[in-house]
Design a protein around this ligand. Sequence first.
Ligand SMILES: [Zn+2]
Ligand SMILES: [Zn+2]
Length: 375
Amino acid sequence: MKFKSINFTCKHCGAPLRFSPIHNSLDCEFCGTQESIEESVERIKEYDLQEALAHLKHHHEQEISKEVSCSKCAATFNMTPYSVSSNCPYCGTPAITNFVKEITPKSLLPFHISEKKAHDLFKKWIGSLWLAPSKLKKFFESNQKLKGYYLPYWTYDADTYTNYHGQRGDIYYVQVQKTVMVDGRQERRTVQESRIRWTPVSGHVSNSFDDITIGASKTISNTILDNLSPWHTEVLVPFNPKYLSGFDSEEYTIGLDNGFELAKVKMTHIIRQDIRDDIGGDQQQISHLSTQYNNTSYKNVLFPIWTAEFKWKNKMYNYAINGQTGKVTGERPYSWLKIAAIVGTLSGGAGGAVYVDQHPEVIQEIKSISLEYLG
Ligand SMILES: [Zn+2]
Ligand SMILES: [Zn+2]
């Protein structure tokens, strides 16, 4: 499919404008003009989920790459089928194209963290990590390139009603006679021991969920997308392509229906906690629960994320920064030398280092132990 890209140009000099997270406006890098983005009074709406699911066409969308022609230099280049904006690889001009999916974002969170700020935050983060190889910190100073993405998310609202069955455990104490050794002689003593009494229980809990966010992109791992939350969705602004100018952006590749299944998992996690509170007692078991989801609604939104990947000793690592709040998350390499040193210290000898070298399978385990140990 062929697309013609659009870009926004400076009133004064005609150079391309890019969205600036610092000024919250379109900025001209050439003459310094700032063009504010008109504020929309449009309300951010929630859309009925059941209605949307019933009307979505379940045809297989062809995954064809987009052939985009640059509005500035007329060169053509390819973008992935789910890309909506990028920069022309030939002249660097922002290139914004059309959405092709049935549901398009009606609101977004603009970038608030600038690239420089994101870079500083990341450096601070890697510097604060225990067990990161020392050379890595230097490597970042010189090699770090960040990419700004608006990535698609679903937000879901639901009122839930959950019936449950389970058991409530109450601890009580009993006196028992025990034989103990005192000064090398056996002696009968009365000691207190705890027991637990289980009582069958059932009941229901009601919950109201607002904006459960689910990443709808496969560009970054779901774990990373999840770890970037919380997102402050109360400051969503109506969609305007000007916010995308200069950034890469994507449409959803995880559908509305699958996204809702993931949202149910998140909601169930909270519902289970509520059931435990409802059961009370010292311990709780939940044997069965069934949840009705009422008044379900959704939004398709774009969230700003700075990402980068880096290669360290032949392995790729990804990390990301929440472009609204500056929260950093990611995968990171560990220094086996530092870990080995700690294992050696923990086990009271230098043997640990040798053991780790010869048994890579224990590394995973050691990582968690060491990290816990270091708090
Ligand atoms: Zn200008
Ligand atoms: Zn171009």
